[in-house]
Design a protein around this ligand. Structure first.
Ligand code: NCD
Length: 308
């Protein structure tokens, strides 16, 4: 598959070979960066980061990745200071920004916004999260981190915990994990279960799935526990949020029941679902995920720009 000019919108657009190729490329860039310091593959290229929703890691790691590739960055971290405030459409915003840049990274509260942007733009568009739909670049860095630590993704028992209804990270991740030989534990409050169509699709693809709301009953089985934040901003009603707020807390007492080798992951930001006392333990993998963001996003930028 040709990578130059390709959009990165949904993990469903990729094959297992595509995913493995991105992870290999990221590994190569991570080694090269450690050897040489800065790289120059994207010299003269411009990345535009358009963030219509809050972000710390995704935006800054994309920007860092572009700088480390020798390219430069323009963009905004909030639409409040742009002509969107005057009523400009997403379509016109994208039509404008593509004249100033070579690749666009977009985060937007509406599902489907990244797909629309990709249809409008001639240059590649990378989805940095569209509503509760997809977050494919987070998934790639999650897989990269798992592969680094365990050597392989096949054979693992992976628990996805928390807001499986509105969490875009777990939607993308579970769909990608269907390419591998894994057993999935979907752990959530009844109200926040993984959408049925995703569960059915995963089962059709041969993934063994266990659904439960009881974390303690399955923690001992797991190799990876992927915790997520309850997505407060996606709830139509604050009262509903208050019912499930604080449903799970991963702390050292709970982890006594886990395998010695269990790794706890989280896309971050966390609210209260992982106690800070876990940070210093051998289980914590979430800051390693943060580190993986740069090489994985360097690979995606370099490949879609066609400069690697
Ligand atoms: C996630 C997101 O924006 O979906 N954050 C991230 O990109 N690492 C997770 C979240 O907001 O809960």
């Amino acid at each position: 598959m040709e990578w130059k000019n390709r959009d990165v919108i949904s993990i469903r657009d990729f094959s297992r070979e595509d995913i493995d190729f991105v992870l290999e490329t990221a590994g190569r860039l991570e080694r090269e960066l450690a050897e040489k310091g800065a790289l120059r593959y994207a010299e003269g290229k411009i990345l535009a980061t358009l963030f219509f929703e809050p972000s710390t890691r995704t935006r800054l790691s994309f920007e860092s990745a572009m700088h480390r590739l020798g390219g430069s960055v323009i963009g905004f971290a909030s639409a409040a200071s742009t002509s969107v405030r005057k009523g400009e459409s997403l379509r016109d915003t994208i039509k404008t920004v593509e004249q100033y840049s070579d690749v666009i990274v977009l985060r937007h509260p509406k599902e489907g916004a990244a797909r629309l942007a990709a249809e409008v733009a001639e240059i590649p568009v990378i989805n940095a999260g569209d509503g509760s739909n997809q977050h494919p670049t987070q998934t790639l860095l999650d897989l990269y981190t798992i592969k680094r630590v365990f050597g392989s993704i096949d054979g693992l028992k992976i628990g996805l915990l928390g807001d499986l209804k509105y969490g875009r990270t777990v939607h993308s991740l579970s769909e990608a994990l269907a390419f591998y030989d894994v057993e999935l534990y979907l752990i959530s409050p009844e109200m926040l279960k993984m959408p049925k169509h995703i569960v059915e699709e995963l089962r059709e693809k041969g993934v063994r799935i266990h659904e439960t709301s009881n974390l303690e009953s399955v923690i001992g089985e797991l190799d990876v526990l992927y915790a997520t934040r309850i997505q407060r901003e996606r709830f139509p009603d604050e009262q509903e949020y208050l019912k499930v707020k604080g449903s799970y807390v991963v702390d050292c007492r709970l982890l006594e029941k886990a395998k010695e080798t269990l790794k706890v992951m989280h896309p971050l930001p966390r609210v209260d679902e992982i106690h800070p006392e876990v940070d210093g333990t051998k289980h914590a993998l979430y800051f390693r995920q943060v580190f993986s963001g740069v090489p994985v996003r360097m690979a995606l930028l370099g490949l879609t720009l066609g400069v690697l």
